[in-house]
Ligand binder design. Structure first.
Ligand SMILES: Cc1cc2nc3c(=O)[nH]c(=O)nc-3n(C[C@H](O)[C@H](O)[C@H](O)COP(=O)(O)O)c2cc1C
Length: 189
């Protein structure tokens, strides 16, 4: 695989300050560009539920594992800033047989998304798995095991998509190393 200029070397196992592990965090509504414009759905995390160690990470792209859990709650509707409506289903359609509740590989962005001109921080997970339904309102517990690259600004949406796809392959390759694999089951309660 081609290594990009900004890529960090991937060690054989997590190196300080990793591994970092979260508690269960709520998945909140983002701007909705991830799925609609990029074709890469992301789960936005409520950043105030993350530890200081995670909030202090430099802006960039990281990899780890994530495990979802549904929340017992009736459906709600969330209205985005642009007026779009999102059904919050609290993860009621997550399906154990489909592997949705397993610890899954994740690539995450800790960023301000310069491509979209945001000036506040977001933590977004792209869980590498084929989900059949959305899961807004569900909870997720995740680990961060390593750094892939700093956050970059892009001039085109296509360049951003291409780089996120490279991030996904880099994450899968790293998580397949013995020194990272062992962390898959660290998330179980
Ligand atoms: C793995 C990954 C890497 C990303 N890297 C960048 C980046 O380098 N620069 C950037 O502006 N946005 C980056 N993004 C953020 C996308 O711009 C973001 O997912 C998009 O704004 C959708 O957000 P929304 O779901 O809140 O609408 C990255 C997202 C992911 C999942």
């Amino acid at each position: 695989m081609t290594k990009r200029a900004a890529d960090s070397p991937i060690p054989d196992k997590p190196e300080d300050p990793f591994p970092l592990v979260t508690d269960h965090c709520d998945i909140i509504g983002g701007f909705g560009r991830g799925s609609a414009e990029l074709g890469i759905p992301t789960a936005n995390i409520a950043v105030n539920q993350l530890t200081k160690a995670i909030n202090d990470l430099e802006l960039g792209v990281y990899f780890g594992f994530a495990q979802l859990r549904p929340v017992d709650h009736e459906d709600d509707v969330f209205t985005r800033e642009n007026g779009g409506k999102v059904l919050i289903n609290y993860g009621r359609y997550l399906n154990r047989q489909n592997g949705d509740l397993d610890p899954l590989p994740v690539v995450l962005s800790v960023g301000k998304n310069p491509f979209y001109g945001n000036d506040f921080k977001t933590v977004e997970l792209h869980i590498i798995h084929q989900f059949k339904d959305s899961f807004y309102g569900a909870q997720v517990r995740f680990s961060i095991l390593g750094h892939i690259r700093p956050e970059l600004n892009y001039t085109t949406k296509e360049a951003l998509i291409e780089d996120i796809n490279v991030d996904i392959s880099t994450a899968l390759q790293a998580l397949d190393k013995d020194g990272f694999k062992v962390y898959r089951f660290q998330l179980a309660e």
